[in-house]
Design a protein around this ligand. Structure first.
Ligand code: GLN
Length: 446
């Protein structure tokens, strides 16, 4: 049987295909010579599965889509403070190549506009690299995001460099404010090489999936940048990635994204998917016309808006019931799904607001598939308080969702594999269960 996703992609590409509005980026002559009819879209899942339709293996230059990735490299290489000292994180509401800086500090407003990206290029790699070594670091880093060796397009690089007056003006202005501390032309040269790295739509989807996958490339398994860096980069992509169209994009599409003037467009949905499209004709903001339409469709067809409210919290507590009667009665709080802060809060509220006459309480995690760190700590703390209130607490956890549970001072939980095991008479737990049972205080005598 064939997967439905490539068929869906083909259908969506056909729907946007007739739209030939927009213009090629004429200010870079080599880009103006591109085939305007190319069209492709690819999805890369965070486990490395790729779906695509159209021209997904045609190479084109990455252009501004390099900006978030090189920002990530600079943050990883230099740390947050030195980078943030030189480049802000506020949306500028201006065009990507606007010649403007923050009036008081001289900092570029964000790393997604050219002023910011030129500065960020100068911060990639360890301090003290020369211009060539820095370009090597950047190409290596972009390659690690893609999971394969990338190279630059010398013709596009040379073509852009011959007409780089605007970026040179920006760089000289940055140099005059000491935001750049090196030769302005050399930095623009390096930045222009960075923009001329060749990628396919498939590569871009994988690079976006690496961001969606907390910085680990799904194919190579390499952790390219640390998790806090990914959060910073996705946040800036969300607010600034689409330049002066960022507000429209944020509300209508709602996926952290970045566009490039060669016609590429990426989106990264945390934990789910990296998306890339390619269609060279651009709108007045410099964003791909058909790329924007494709993303609008993807977002609404598949509910990919990051502000889409998840259903998980309310459903975290499946039931609250009692098994058996008399002294052996067991109060069962049955949890389900993925448990985060709000889910754990719901369970805790239930435990706090109901007074349980039963001595024995079970937190049943059989239907829980994941639990994050804060929820784990909250549930262990409530287990501890239940123990201190005189309850005997069982954790039904056949899949070891909460390995080595330690409720801390005075708390005690007994881990069992099934509710039957917990609700059975007060037989001592099996040796395996006893090994897994966490206890911070000596076990009470049976
Ligand atoms: N290299 C291009 C420039 O600096 C990148 C612009 C873009 O893709 N938006 O003008």
């Amino acid at each position: 049987m064939q997967s439905i996703i490539p068929d869906y992609l083909t259908e969506v590409l056909e729907a946007v295909h007739p739209d030939t509005s927009g213009e090629l980026a004429a200010y870079i002559p080599e880009l103006a010579a591109a085939d305007p009819d190319r069209l492709g879209a690819a999805f890369a899942m965070v486990d490395g599965e790729v779906y695509g339709s159209g021209d997904i293996d045609t190479e084109f230059t990455i252009q501004s889509i390099s900006k978030p990735f090189v920002y990530a490299l600079a943050l990883a290489d230099r740390g947050f403070d030195p980078v943030i000292a030189k480049v802000g994180v506020e949306p500028s509401g201006e065009a990507f190549n606007e010649i403007s800086l923050e009036s008081d500090t001289g900092r570029p407003r964000n790393p997604m506009i050219n002023a910011g990206a030129i500065t960020v290029h100068s911060l990639a790699g360890a301090e003290g690299l020369n211009a060539t070594e820095r370009v090597e670091r950047v190409v290596d880093g972009l390659s690690a995001f893609a999971g394969r060796r990338l190279r630059t397009d010398e013709a596009v690089y040379a073509s852009e460099m011959r007409h780089a007056h605007r970026n040179l003006a920006i760089a000289h202005m940055l140099r005059s404010h000491d935001i750049l501390v090196e030769d302005a032309r050399a930095v623009v040269d390096g930045y222009t090489r960075q923009c001329s790295v060749l990628v396919s739509t498939r590569d871009l989807a994988m690079m976006a999936a690496t961001l969606a996958n907390r910085g680990t490339n799904p194919l190579s398994g390499e952790q390219v940048v640390p998790e806090p860096v990914v959060r910073q980069v996705l946040s800036v992509m969300f607010s600034c990635g689409m330049y002066d169209a960022a507000g429209d994009w944020g509300t209508q599409v709602g996926i952290p994204a970045k566009s490039g003037v060669a016609g590429g467009l990426i989106g990264a949905l945390p934990g789910q998917i990296g998306i890339a499209t390619f269609s060279p004709r651009l709108d007045s903001h410099g964003n791909s016309v058909r790329g924007v339409s494709l993303f609008e469709r993807f977002s609404s067809d598949m509910g990919l808006h990051v502000m889409e409210v998840p259903a998980t919290a309310r459903a975290a507590l499946r039931t609250n019931h009692v098994l058996g009667s008399g002294p052996d009665a067991l109060r069962v709080l049955q949890l389900q799904g993925g448990i985060g802060f709000a889910g754990a809060e719901r369970v805790i509220r239930e435990a706090v607001n109901t007074s349980y006459p039963e001595t024995r309480v079970a937190l049943d995690l059989t239907r829980v598939h994941s639990i994050d760190d804060v929820a784990r700590r909250m549930l262990l703390e409530i287990a501890r308080r239940l123990t201190l209130d005189g309850h005997e607490v069982h954790l039904v956890d056949p899949e070891s969702i909460m390995p080595d549970p330690d409720p801390g001072d005075g708390g005690r939980v007994t881990v069992v594999d099934s509710l039957d095991e917990a609700s059975g008479s007060r037989t001592p737990p099996t040796p395996a269960a006893r090994r897994r049972s966490g206890s911070a205080s000596p076990a009470r005598p049976a």
